[in-house]
Design a protein around this ligand. Sequence first.
Ligand code: CO8
Length: 262
Amino acid sequence: MKNFENILVTKNYREHAHIALIQLNRPKVLNALSTDLMKDVVEAMFLLEDDKDVRVIILTGNDRAFAAGADIGQMADASPIDQINDNRFRTWKQMVLITKPVIAAVNGFALGGGCELAMSCDFIIAGDSAKFGQPEIKIGTIPGAGGTQRLTRAIGKSKAMLAVLTGDMMDAYEAEKSGLVAKVVPAETLLQETFEIAKIISNRAPVAVKLAKEAVNMAFECSLKDGMEYERRNFYLTFSSKDQKEGMKAFMEKREPKYEGN
Ligand code: CO8
């Protein structure tokens, strides 16, 4: 795997062939999301997406911060045209093209773009030190990478309005209660616990995992009727995979299935 300037990428994470870890690595600025950092994240995601061995990707920061938002220093004097020409949102948009499960493991601050990056993963596991928020309003702007959209879908209008209009942070337990976070674990064991969850998913049939991820995401894109139809078609599609035959046969034979991703 290529060396990146702003992130660390570990394949065979904890010697598990199917799990990869991406760690944001600008600790001096609390992993502020510069344009280059986001380019690195997306490039690494696509390399892992194309890697047949990798089945689950974990995205994390460090104990103090997942990411404290877009790099304010890089943005402060920018004009709208600078922002357009910088084309930073192109990288953000590409995150949704990753078909493998991506888990955000969050300790410390996940603010602004940091919260938006965590929300663009498939789900969030939070250490009990985690703090989430969309503080853009405090610096005279608004969220720009999904904070008004994904947060509202995750926690509902009332709580999202409160968060976006005050800019105040919520702690890990509040985030879990609101539905932003799937699970809270002790900060010290965040990566271990996330790894255990990644291991479970990596043992499931890879094609079914992709089709399930796609179908859940469709719930945010279309009507219930269309979503149900989409789900049914993906359900039928799993029956064309060898892994579905293997999974059901293994159940009948009372043994563990062996999935090969086809
Ligand atoms: N950008 C640049 N530098 C940052 C950022 C940031 N977002 N956050 C922290 N830093 C730097 C600080 O300037 C400081 O640097 P230095 O040591 O050189 O002074 C260092 O990180 C440590 O930070 P603090 O000393 O402030 O640490 P504290 O523990 O006192 O405070 C906080 C931590 C509360 C997280 C505080 O740093 C803070 O409020 N940070 C800014 C949070 C914020 O406003 N985030 C939103 C940014 S705007 C945004 O994300 C818009 C997204 C739009 C879409 C994305 C497009 C790319």
